[in-house]
Write a protein that binds this ligand. Structure first.
Ligand SMILES: *Cc1c(COP(=O)(O)O)cnc(C)c1O
Length: 390
């Protein structure tokens, strides 16, 4: 790619964004609703911690938005993943399949359970786990024995699979559920990035046994820091609530804890922010989809790159827009990053693939050629619901 090609791409990106000095950030939150009012209510009433009506209201709103039967608000998305894995029966020494192309929290949560992340490859049409490739790989390393999937190389049970909906784009979940069912693997969705994204009309995070959402400051809706566990199972929902509130038996005054629980409940202050944000979620999704349409117009005829767009069966929240170089070329990608950032556009590469990170270098993995190809092609574009220069 020539210097002129790169300059042309950045000019096309720039044409969509606000003009003037300052930087356009990759993603920033928008507080245009009832945030101040709800936060003030917490302070005025003294309900700031992990009890209070906003926590319950936030959970009810999450059930409404996603259609999940149970939603448990927790301190962050990583904690939601950890507890979901634990409730799915992931134990010390087990293996859990996660995509190599993900944010580090997906793999970290597996290690918090004492288990080993086992990396699988992506599908270039969804950026998420590729079901057919996973199936082929399992045929080469695993067998089902007494209802449990065993990695015959390591001897360890492979207990679960954690598909992640990358940048808000739904994984092609149905074939993946079928593969996981055949291999006796529990599916836990990492839906941290996909609030507002649908697979065939149904909300992401409602297909797995459990799912994790995140409300970190950079996600489509934020509570400052926060997360949630979704599940259709009343039993798992109750256990999730119990485990994230120090496993305290309900009683008027006595402190009896029947297992080692966590202090992972979302504080009321954060939930208040979350309620105000969820009231605006449809608007955020609409704004992001409109921004994607503008990027698609501006970049459609630009040689060498393609904007990543949703599949016909998907409705993406377009949390982060991704531009893909036609060819994997890390040097060209880095020159594009340099040029865009020099012009005040916070353009970023995808995450370093998990198997390249020091803590996970020795973890088992399948062929990761598609994830490696994508890593050398993806740049994320400024994607805030309201774009401005700061
Ligand atoms: C943000 C994110 C998480 C973790 O959420 P936190 O709330 O930051 O702990 C997990 N997985 C993915 C894919 C994410 O993007």
């Amino acid at each position: 790619m020539t210097t002129a090609d790169i300059a042309g791409i950045v000019t096309a990106i720039e044409s969509v964004l606000p003009k003037g000095p300052g930087t356009v950030s990759l993603h920033e939150p928008v507080f245009a609703g009832n945030e101040w009012r709800y936060l003030k209510e917490c302070l005025d009433t003294g309900w700031v911690s992990s009890a209070g009506k906003f926590v319950e209201r936030f959970e009810e709103m999450l059930r409404d938005v996603t259609g999940a039967a149970h939603a448990i608000a927790v301190v962050n998305g990583t904690a939601a993943l950890q507890v979901s894995l634990e409730l799915a029966g992931v134990r010390r020494g087990d293996e859990v399949i996660v995509p190599a192309l993900t944010f580090v929290a997906t793999a970290n949560a597996v290690v918090y359970c004492g288990a080993v992340p086992h990396f699988a490859d992506s599908d270039e049409h969804t950026l998420g786990l590729n079901a057919a490739k996973l199936d082929g790989y399992l045929h080469s390393v695993a067998r089902v024995e007494g209802g449990t999937c065993i990695n015959w190389r390591s001897g360890a049970p492979i207990r679960a699979v954690v598909p992640m909906h990358v940048f808000g784009h739904p994984v092609e979940i149905e074939p993946l559920l079928e593969v996981c069912d055949r291999w006796r693997l529990t599916v836990i969705e990492d839906a941290a990035e996909s609030l507002g994204s649908l697979y065939r009309g149904r909300h992401t995070g409602t297909f797995g046994r459990l799912a994790a959402l995140s409300f970190n400051g950079n996600k489509i809706a934020t509570t400052g820091g926060g997360g949630a566990i979704l599940t259709a199972s009343a039993e798992l929902g109750a256990r999730a609530r119990h485990l994230t509130t120090t496993a305290r038996r309900s009683h008027r005054w006595s402190f009896v804890h029947d297992q080692v629980g966590y202090n992972y409940r979302l504080p009321n202050l954060n939930a208040a922010l979350g309620c105000a944000q969820l009231e605006q979620l449809n608007g955020f999704v609409a704004a992001k989809r409109a921004l994607t349409a503008r990027y698609a117009d501006a970049l459609g005829a630009v040689p060498g790159v393609k904007l990543f767009l949703e599949q016909p069966w998907a409705r993406s929240n377009y949390w982060l827009n991704a531009l893909l170089l036609d060819q994997p070329d890390t040097a060209a990608r880095d020159r594009l990053l340099e040029e865009a950032n020099a012009r005040g556009l916070e353009v970023r590469p995808a995450w370093t693939l998990m198997h390249r990170l020091a803590p996970f270098a020795a973890c088992p993995r399948s062929d990761l050629s598609v994830a490696e190809d994508l890593e050398a092609r993806i740049v994320n574009l400024p994607s805030s619901a309201v774009l401005k220069r700061v």
